[in-house]
Design a protein around this ligand. Structure first.
Ligand SMILES: [Zn+2]
Length: 329
């Protein structure tokens, strides 16, 4: 598969993934990744071979290939992939693992195997503001020798700023692979507002040396193409918090971006997948997911059982949603 547009016009049917040993967390994450086009194409086009010949990458490529081929089978059992993940990430097959942790492990692994040096070019350097120059300088620093398909899909850059009473500013930059929100926020809109507008921290000013509680101002300067939102469902006693958490199909990050840097950039996102955790404890239970397929329809995946979702309302299971993935429009 050498041509992206040729592949992009193809359709294929959804395929289930068999669960024999508590691997529903892997299955749910795989279903999400299989519907992220640039991720699949990286493996289908065998581009990964330019960077690494690691067996786990070959096995991901094999799954992508099988998934895209439209065979008669309605499910697969990627035994070798599971076995290699267990070894690579030091997972016990008998344990229920955390889906978000598995996703991070897998993305980190692919990134480290496939990273390369990149030089980001400055355009119109002289006419750019300090803000834009600093944003690009920090992004360049982060990407240097450290860029990969994973960076291009999932990573964004955030600027954190604290302003002291003496007007001294402390600015730092963070490359970020998603956001973690608390289900106690009850609604994704509240989570965004709390995260970006309401966080306060203890801060000692480098200039006047005064210690005080100051507002931490966060702004996206570079938006990710796919935004992973992990929901914290553990309560203060370490048990699972089963509160409802409402989320919408469309979100707009305009109010959380540095205006000057995103003025002509797309800030709207659409939901493409959600992972659910069912059960009263985070240490056991069951993972399922719903994903928007390439044909535009939504499917619910419960391992090898696939249900096409007819009603929009059915898509959202508010008291078990655990991880959300939004695609930039
Ligand atoms: Zn100060």
């Amino acid at each position: 598969m050498k041509n992206y547009s040729e592949w992009n016009n193809k359709t294929n049917k959804p395929i289930g993934i068999i669960n024999k040993n508590n691997t529903c967390y892997m299955n749910s994450i795989l279903q999400i990744l299989l519907n992220i086009d640039p991720f699949v194409y990286f493996f289908l086009s065998e581009k990964y071979k330019e960077y690494s010949d690691n067996i786990l990458l070959k096995l991901i490529s094999r799954i992508c290939d099988y998934w895209s081929r439209n065979t008669k089978k309605t499910s697969i059992y990627p035994y070798k992939f599971i076995k290699n993940c267990l070894n690579e990430f030091d997972i016990d097959l008998n344990e229920q693992c955390d889906a978000h942790e598995f996703l991070c492990n897998l993305l980190d692994f692919i990134h480290n195997e496939c990273k390369y040096s990149v030089k980001i070019s400055y355009k119109n350097r002289k006419t750019q503001s300090e803000l834009i120059k600093n944003c690009k300088k920090n992004w360049e620093l982060f990407c240097k020798d450290n860029y990969s398909i994973i960076t291009s899909i999932f990573i964004g850059q955030m600027r954190r700023e604290i302003v002291c009473k003496c007007k001294n500013k402390s600015i730092s930059y963070e490359s970020i692979n998603g956001l973690t929100f608390n289900v106690n926020d009850k609604h994704i809109k509240n989570s965004f507002d709390n995260y970006f507008h309401n966080e306060e921290i203890e801060y000692t000013c480098q200039n006047c040396k005064v210690k005080s509680t100051r507002k931490l101002i966060k702004r996206y300067e570079i938006l990710p193409n796919y935004l992973i939102i992990n929901l914290n469902r553990s309560n203060m006693y370490g048990n699972k918090n089963t509160h409802q958490y409402l989320f919408s199909e469309e979100i707009n990050l305009k109010g959380y971006c540095e205006e000057e840097l995103t003025i002509d950039k797309e800030t709207k996102y659409s939901l493409m997948g959600a992972v659910y955790h069912h059960g009263n404890s985070l240490n056991y239970g069951h993972y399922t997911c719903m994903v928007k397929h390439r044909d535009g329809d939504w499917y619910l995946y419960d391992d090898d059982v696939i249900t096409k979702m007819e009603s929009e309302v059915n898509k959202r299971v508010y008291n078990s949603v655990y991880l959300l993935v939004y695609k930039r429009n």
